[in-house]
Every structure is written in structure tokens, then in C-alpha cells.
Design a protein. Structure first.
Length: 449
């Protein structure tokens, strides 16, 4: 039986080798002519940026009418840009996004996880000391690690000795912890997230940080001077060309596919030739997670103005359980409600009006019946977005340490390459993972010249 520490070592080795071009199946050294990048998200723009700066002939095609992909800054409120997709630099030390923000002149503001409060279903403050719940969850994962087969986090928890010995109150705290630290983090239902490999990602140190002026400043910086064609949806990819939804065709010597995992799994993209079997298996093994946000703007700050995070142990675990306040960091009267995994999918079936009503009902339970209605709101539905079919990828039960490396890199003797957060063994599910995967593929393409 492989131990958790050994699995992490294996994963780190795979991640490091992948960045150096591991698995360049049959790639022949040859000068590259026209390079076509499919997708203008962070991964695609990062690929194109490196190749363009190296003097290569590169074009980016994007199905949407905007660049950025899952980086989507709304400017519906002109004085308050709201990031509907990725919002944070997760860990500023050594993070490539930190350097990009500095180069782009984008201001960042740090948030603090210790600036937090936790409330029960009736709005009473709860001691945010979750050490007892943490011990039960850690113990459950440790017990699962000694099993001969992987299982889901939820199955591991319910089978654990700590869970069986906990009373109802402690179990509720454990479920809150599962939602706030796992389901919210990975967009994954605990009933599907791998107990062995679900958390096998790496982190950068330092504080997390928001972009007061919008994450799209990074997108615009990466895109400067690039040949980008918008509203150009790719429906088919073959060696030497892609087919577009409007019937058009674009020829290229090398194609880099940076489409989200959800799009690849949807079957909307037809590949003219079979892909490597391990790549196909990897794309089927991984899952697309879901995290949605509801931004509520008020006429004033009607909640504690010295906190960044507000947790709620409502009547239904996971539903409106996590909130971010912009009062302390930006002095803005804005709350952001998060729903992840199953709760996020449930909320997507509601209209905007019903979503806001559900959010307000939660806030009234937290802060009293007099809590005002928001004056404006914005809500996301990433699972219904046909250009993503979810928020970001996660490691489901059955994922192996090599899965993401098998999804990454070249195929068809180097005529097609794959990049994106789902291909990152160490930083999957993150904006910086997308950037790093794009840069790695670009370097590998240049190395084949």
C-alpha cells in the first residue's frame, strides 16, 4: 500500500517532469510554422505570450466574444468591478500571478482568513475553534489512507472511528469544515472527491489577494499585441487544421488546445484522429467542479466591518455556508455568497430573483429579520456555461498521481498539445496553474524546433 507521503512524492516528481516536457510521445525536432492556440483563457494567453515573444507566428481563437475564459470581470457596477470567475491570487510568494500583477500595474489587496466569524443557524456567534472537527476529518483521511482502495471523502468520514463517536453538534461542525475547506476549495462534492488524491495539490506561501480593479487586468496584459480572433468557436480539430462553428477552417502546423476539461468531456469538440489512450482515460477520470458566487451590493455596511470571511452553519450543510465581505478590504458595501458542488448545482436552477431571495433569507437568519434587501446583485452559473460546463477540475475517486500528466503535453506526433489548469499536476483548479501549464507547453514547443 502506498502511503500518503509517498503519493505526494510521486505526484511532485510527475509535476516536475511534466514541466520539462515529460511524455513528448514521438515528437520530432522540426521548426514550427503557424501555431494556433484554441482558447483565450489564462492558459491559452500564456502559451501565446511566450511563443509570440520568441518570434513565433501564433494566433489565438476564442469562442466567446471576450478574452479571459474563466477570468470574467463584470463592470456592470462601473465603480466596483466584480470578478465573477477567479478572484484571488492564492498565495503571493512565488506565484506567477504576483509578478504579472506587478508588471501590469494591477493593485492587489490582501485578505485574511483569521479575520472571520462563524454563526449558527439562528445567527448566534460560534467559537471558530474547529480543532475538534479538524481532528476527526484528519483522522478519517488517515484511516482511508491505510485502505487498499481509494474512496470518497464522505465515505471515509462516515466510516471513521472519530465520526462514529461524535455527537450531532460536532458532526455538524465537521460537515461545515468539509464544505468550507474541501467542497468550496475544489468545487467537488465530498461524495465524489478522492480521499487519497483530492488534496494532492501544492500551494504558494503568503496571503491571498484580490484585484480591486479586476482580474481582467492580467488578461489584458497577457493579450497585448497578440493576434486573437473572438467569436470563433472550434468544433473540430484535425492534424493541420481546425473547423469552426460557422463552417470556416483555419490551417496550422501546430495546435495547442487549452479548452476546459468540461468542454473536452462534453463531446462538442470532434477530434479527427484518436488521441492517445492514456489521455482519453485521464480526461474521463477527472471531474469538473462547480463553485458559484452571488454578489450583493447594499446601500451601506450592515454587518461587522472588520471581517473578510463569514461562515454560517445553516439548516442545510453547504448551502450559503461561506461569505466574503468587501467592507474591510475595499470599504465597499458588498457581500459575496458562495455555493459549491451540489449546493451550487441546485442554485443554478433558480432565477436571479429567487437566488437573491434565498441569499437574503440566509443573511436574515444570520443578522436578524431587519437585514435589508440588496440594491443590486450579480450571480454566476458556471455549470450552465457551454464554454466551461463547470468552474475547475478536481481529483475524483479513481484519479491516479499520473492522471494529469497524461492529460498534458503533445499528441499526434507533436501536431497537437494540451494545456490548462486540468493538466497541472501540482496546481490544478487554479489560475496560476493555468498560467504555469501554458508556459510549460510553450517552452516544450520551442524546444522541439
Amino acid at each position: 500500500m502506498t502511503t500518503a507521503s509517498t503519493r505526494r512524492q510521486v505526484l511532485a516528481a510527475i509535476g516536475g517532469l511534466g514541466a520539462l516536457g515529460l511524455g513528448a510521445r514521438g515528437v520530432l525536432g522540426q521548426p514550427q510554422g503557424r501555431i494556433l492556440v484554441v482558447g483565450a483563457g489564462l492558459a491559452g494567453l500564456s502559451v501565446a505570450r511566450v511563443l509570440r515573444d520568441a518570434g513565433r507566428n501564433v494566433t489565438v481563437v476564442e469562442a466567446r466574444s471576450r478574452i479571459g475564459g474563466r477570468i470574467h470581470t463584470s463592470r456592470v457596477w462601473p465603480d466596483l468591478p466584480m470578478d465573477l470567475g477567479a478572484s484571488w491570487i492564492h498565495g503571493q510568494r512565488g506565484n506567477p500571478l504576483t509578478a504579472l500583477a506587478r508588471e501590469a500595474g494591477a493593485r492587489v489587496v490582501a485578505t485574511r482568513y483569521d479575520a472571520a466569524i462563524l454563526k449558527d443557524a439562528n445567527g448566534r456567534d460560534i467559537d471558530p475553534d474547529l480543532r475538534g472537527a479538524e481532528r476527526i476529518l484528519r483522522g478519517a483521511l488517515a484511516e482511508a489512507d491505510r485502505k487498499s482502495r481509494d474512496m470518497s471523502v464522505l465515505d471515509a468520514l462516515e466510516a471513521s472511528s472519530g465520526w462514529r463517536g461524535a455527537d450531532a453538534g460536532l458532526r455538524r461542525l465537521v460537515l461545515y469544515l468539509v464544505n468550507s475547506t474541501l467542497e468550496q476549495e475544489y468545487g467537488a462534492p465530498a461524495r465524489q472527491l478522492s480521499a487519497w488524491y483530492g488534496q494532492e495539490d501544492a500551494e504558494f506561501g503568503g496571503q491571498d489577494a484580490l484585484f480591486p480593479g479586476g482580474f481582467d487586468q492580467i488578461v489584458a496584459y497577457l493579450a497585448r499585441g497578440l493576434d486573437i480572433r473572438l467569436s470563433a468557436e472550434v468544433t473540430g480539430i484535425a492534424p493541420g487544421h481546425v473547423r469552426l462553428a460557422d463552417g470556416g477552417r483555419i490551417d496550422a502546423d501546430v495546435i495547442v488546445c487549452t479548452l476546459p476539461l468540461g468542454v473536452l468531456q462534453s463531446g462538442r469538440i470532434r477530434f479527427a484522429e484518436p488521441l492517445a489512450q492514456d489521455r482519453v482515460a485521464a480526461s474521463r477520470s477527472l471531474r469538473m467542479g462547480l463553485l458559484n458566487k452571488c454578489w450583493l451590493r447594499f446601500d451601506g455596511i450592515h454587518w461587522p466591518d472588520d471581517v473578510d470571511w463569514i461562515g454560517w452553519l445553516g439548516p442545510r450543510p453547504g448551502l450559503w455556508g461561506e461569505w466574503v465581505s468587501l467592507a474591510r478590504t475595499l470599504r465597499a458595501p458588498v457581500l459575496v455568497g458562495f455555493n459549491a458542488a451540489d449546493a451550487a448545482a441546485e442554485m443554478e436552477s433558480l432565477s436571479d430573483r429567487d437566488t437573491v431571495a434565498a441569499a437574503r433569507e440566509a443573511l436574515r437568519s444570520m443578522f436578524g429579520s431587519g437585514f435589508p434587501a440588496p440594491r443590486a446583485a450579480q450571480a454566476t452559473r458556471w455549470g450552465q456555461d457551454r464554454h466551461t460546463f463547470g468552474s475547475y477540475s478536481y481529483n475524483a475517486v479513481g484519479t491516479r498521481p499520473s492522471t494529469r500528466a497524461e492529460l498534458a503535453g503533445p499528441d499526434w506526433d507533436g501536431k497537437i498539445w494540451f494545456a490548462g489548469e486540468a493538466t497541472s499536476a501540482r496546481y490544478f483548479g487554479t489560475a496560476h496553474g493555468a498560467v504555469l501549464s501554458g508556459r510549460a507547453v510553450a517552452r516544450d514547443i520551442l524546444a522541439t524546433d
